[in-house]
Design a binder for this molecule. Structure first.
Ligand SMILES: Cc1cc2nc3c(=O)[nH]c(=O)nc-3n(C[C@H](O)[C@H](O)[C@H](O)COP(=O)(O)OP(=O)(O)OC[C@H]3O[C@@H](n4cnc5c(N)ncnc54)[C@H](O)[C@@H]3O)c2cc1C
Length: 472
């Protein structure tokens, strides 16, 4: 709901909760007592400082440094693109900053994590001196204009005072424990912007008259609205069901947690990558439905499109998500976790395909065909990965997209099985009819896009090496 209302504004609690999670997972009791109550209450906000001009997707070359100074550290360096880096909406800002100690090992294994408050906090909880942590510029961006994205300078005077979170040189590992939460949330931004775009587009299409009728009556406009709605429902089903997987990975009986975590790890790059790619399409279609009014700013349709563009870039670009899906999540266990998911999808497809209702049976067959194509893609990539990792990476984006279209169809189909059951008992009749019709549209009109990605994966052109870099 927040992301549908204003993604830029929603980023402030997003980043604050990320900072709070990092402190609560890895901070000392003293750090937790001092910082968590006010961050959790929304009195203070938080930021995450990873990126530097020379360190983006690869954080290894990071230059920001930390020096030991009694019971604390002094931080020196510059971070770029820091979301909600500075503002006066909260009384204090708690920066979480990655930096390198002088004797740290090279690369990503030598990075430590620090709490660096904008205002130092006294022992009684009151605010003290201004810390040496300042914004030196605000980025001018394509979208999310309500979010101040800052270049932050630490220690330009005598060093910004920072407090270690977790162990020295273990900062990246501390950050990565929150990675699944953060990536799920960015996937939800894709959905939130898409839902906002849909609500605006459907309202406009009911009112705007062309050719003597409201444009919603024109087949092509209806196609666009149904596509938006079906993609949104598929994304929502995927994200919500797998949020439960996240809860179970933390809260299931100890002996079951590993299996839930493996499944969650597999889902996260698909949720982040596919949902943010789809978000760009859905918000763009929202502009299209408004015609010229979509391209001018008054309607707000363009804002969803501009805002959502960042979601495929930050929190690990979608290229990094695709590489993670293929290189770690699929290949690491030889496809075992993916096979378990395939089994679940097969059960849903079989349940629909076995229906005496022709419509439902056809939906089951569509899901079954998409599953068979995905099994083939998974096996092809696993084989490719063994002999030529670069070739496997050249089709990783196609695989992520094919996986997303399949997973969306699977969860929608599973929702429809619930709807069929409720309908048989005359419950929630309209909602359930609409759910089944939306699923049917998705399975027959949108999920087949996965076949094009499968063809690309199977094509002999997976080796991009034949095309010289100089030719680009
Ligand atoms: C509005 C905004 C807000 C941001 N907020 C924050 C924030 O709060 N905190 C923070 O620390 N950072 C933040 N960032 C930074 C963001 O996380 C980075 O921009 C992002 O990680 C990409 O890094 P980069 O820009 O250096 O791109 P690069 O890493 O240079 O990537 C450029 C291109 O190369 C590709 N690429 C790079 N390496 C590989 C690889 N190994 N395999 C395949 N492809 C690769 C990428 O996919 C991309 O297409 C923000 C950025 C923006 C624009």
């Amino acid at each position: 709901m927040w992301n549908s209302a204003d993604m830029a504004f929603a980023l402030e609690p997003f980043l604050s909760s990320g900072a709070a999670l990092a402190i609560s997972a890895h901070g000392s009791e003293a750090l937790k007592d001092k910082y968590l109550p006010n961050i959790n209450a929304g009195v203070w906000s938080g930021t995450m400082n990873l990126t530097e001009s020379g360190a983006g997707s690869d954080l290894g070359p990071m230059k920001t440094r930390a020096e030991r100074h009694g019971d604390h550290y002094r931080i020196f360096g510059q971070k770029i693109y820091i979301t909600w880096g500075d503002h006066d909406a909260t009384e204090n800002i708690i920066h979480l900053v990655l930096a390198r100690l002088p004797d740290a090992p090279q690369g990503s294994k030598g990075i430590s994590l620090f709490v660096v408050p904008k205002f130092l906090v006294n022992d009684d909880g009151s605010l003290g001196d201004r810390n040496d942590a300042y914004p030196v510029s605000v980025e001018h961006k394509l979208g999310i204009h309500g979010s101040p994205t800052c270049v932050m300078a630490y220690g330009d005077q005598d060093g910004a005072i920072g407090y270690l979170v977790g162990q020295e040189n273990n900062g990246l590992a501390c950050m990565f424990t929150m990675m699944n939460e953060a990536r799920l949330k960015v996937g939800l931004q894709g959905l939130g912007a898409s839902e906002g775009a849909y609500q605006k587009a459907v309202a406009y299409a009911r009112e705007r008259v062309q050719g003597g009728v409201a444009i919603i009556e024109h087949a092509d406009v209806k196609r666009m609205l149904m596509s938006m709605r079906a993609l949104n429902e598929a994304m929502r089903a995927l994200a919500y069901i797998e949020s439960l997987t996240m809860d179970l990975s933390h809260g299931a009986p100890a002996q079951e947690r590993g299996a839930w975590k493996a499944r969650l790890d597999l889902m996260i790059p698909v949720i982040k990558g596919w949902m943010t790619e789809v978000g760009q399409e859905v918000t763009s279609v929202g502009v299209q439905i408004h015609g010229g009014m979509g391209y001018v700013e008054e309607t707000g349709a363009a804002q969803f499109f501009r805002d959502v563009r960042i979601t495929s870039i930050y929190e690990g670009t979608n290229g990094i998500q695709a590489a993670d899906l293929v290189g770690r999540k699929l290949a690491r266990d030889g496809g075992a976790t993916m096979e378990l998911v395939h089994d679940e999808i097969r059960q849903v497809a079989d349940a629909l395909a076995g229906s005496s209702d022709d419509r439902l049976a056809a939906m089951g067959r569509a899901l079954s065909d998409a599953l068979a194509a995905h099994v083939m893609s998974s096996q092809t990539i696993l084989e490719l990965f063994k002999v030529d990792k670069s070739a496997a990476m050249s089709v990783s984006f196609d695989y992520m997209m094919q996986t997303g279209y399949l997973f969306g169809g699977w969860h929608l189909a599973a929702s429809s099985l619930v709807a069929i059951d409720l309908l048989s008992r005359d419950e929630k009749t309209l909602f359930c009819q609409r759910k089944i019709a939306t699923t049917e549209f998705y399975l027959h009109r949108l999920m087949p896009r996965g076949s094009a990605h499968a063809d690309a994966i199977l094509s002999p052109l997976s080796q991009l090496d034949d095309y010289a870099v100089e030719w680009l």
